[in-house]
Design a protein. Structure first.
Length: 371
């Protein structure tokens, strides 16, 4: 018997998030999740008239492969993966597994090689730009442990978050999109943070359940060379299997000129991946009313109500600022009172204080109006 919450979620992913229609080829890419989930996704794709294809990689096997991988091997799988992705109209990915830090001991040069070749070409260049896609985590015991919750409580939380009425949220996002589209200067203040930049002419995009689930953010990008000041992030973030904390970045004319964290040497290697890794490709405000604390998982943390993320690395085509990189790292700053508070200003008008929107046109996005 398949959990009714899983059925509802799979139906939403296929029909709302990806809009699968007759004849669409859909790659179902599921790692570390129960077979029942993969089977339900396949059933839903068939029910929508689509043609499902599937892949079920395993993190532990992937890790073992990466430990001694060569450039030739990565180029081979990139060639094969690209050929497959070019055939797809939609992509649905779930990620699970017993160990959230499975890749922590993969040599940094191997991981950077994989990201700069395979991830960049197959995902950034092909999947993101040419398919209707959605990516999720699956509620595993390791995720519950990471969030500091029991497995049962975390599952309840997960399905509340992921089965949100995204159509309703989408309408509530429209005033924020319109405001961001006509905004020039942004100023962000918080403990350890005083940073300003322009978003003029970039354009804003709402994330309302069509790409990532859970969803709930409106993003744009800073004008590439306009960023000046310091931002200090107050949520942990995993990258290449390592948990980064206390990340603080100093910018001058758009470029990260100083980066510190609990492993300053290691984080600077990420920002030295390529030229674009030291510039910012995304600025976004999070609004999901059911996510109210960090759990060390970017897909959840970047949607925290009252949060923002300021992302070193590549920009998206639909909010393009000219920055390209193999890196796209959504580092999160939460501005709720218990996290130290903070302010967001658009063109000298404060629009959000301590995580709550304070101007009338945006109050529809506060948590009590979205649940």
């Amino acid at each position: 018997m398949v959990d009714e919450r899983i059925k509802k979620l799979c139906h939403t992913l296929v029909n709302y998030s990806c809009g699968v229609k007759k004849g669409d080829k859909v790659l179902v890419d599921v790692s570390g999740c129960p077979d029942a989930l993969t089977e339900e996704l396949v059933r839903e794709v068939y029910a929508a008239g689509g043609l499902p294809y599937f892949d079920t990689p395993h993190n532990a096997v992937q890790r073992q492969w990466l430990m001694q991988v060569t450039k030739e091997q990565i180029e081979d799988i990139t060639k094969w993966g690209s050929a497959r992705m070019k055939e797809m109209q939609a992509y649905i990915a779930f990620r699970g597994g017993e160990n959230a830090t499975e890749m922590a001991d993969v040599p940094a040069d191997k991981m950077e090689l994989y990201q700069s070749i395979y991830s960049k070409q197959v995902h950034h260049e092909l999947r993101v730009k040419n398919t209707n896609w959605v990516i999720l985590r699956y509620p595993t015991p390791s995720m519950a442990q990471q969030a500091g919750m029991s497995t049962e409580a975390f599952e309840d939380f997960y399905f509340d978050v992921c089965n949100l009425d995204y159509g309703r949220m989408s309408k509530a996002m429209d005033p924020l999109v319109e405001l961001m589209n006509r905004t020039d200067r942004v100023h962000i203040k918080a403990p350890g943070t005083d940073i300003s930049f322009s978003i003029k002419g970039i354009g804003a995009i709402k994330c309302d359940g069509h790409m990532n689930v859970p969803d709930g953010e409106v993003y744009t990008a800073p004008v590439r060379d306009s960023v000046n000041g310091r931002i200090t992030y107050n949520t942990p973030s995993f990258n290449q299997g390592f948990k980064y904390e206390n990340v603080s970045l100093l910018f001058k004319d758009g470029k990260i000129i100083e980066a510190t964290s609990n492993d300053t040497k290691r984080i600077n290697k990420i920002f030295d991946t390529d030229e674009g890794a030291r510039y910012v490709g995304e600025f976004s405000l999070g609004v999901n009313p059911y996510i109210n604390h960090s759990m060390g998982d970017i897909l959840f943390d970047e949607k925290i109500a009252g949060s923002l993320h300021f992302t070193p690395g590549s920009s998206y085509d639909d909010a393009y600022n000219g920055n390209e990189s193999a890196v796209h790292w959504d580092l999160v700053l939460v501005q709720t009172p218990e996290m130290g508070g903070g302010e967001v200003w658009f063109d000298d008008v404060m629009i959000r204080k301590d995580g709550m929107f304070v101007i009338d046109e945006l109050k529809c996005l506060n948590p009590e109006n979205l649940k």
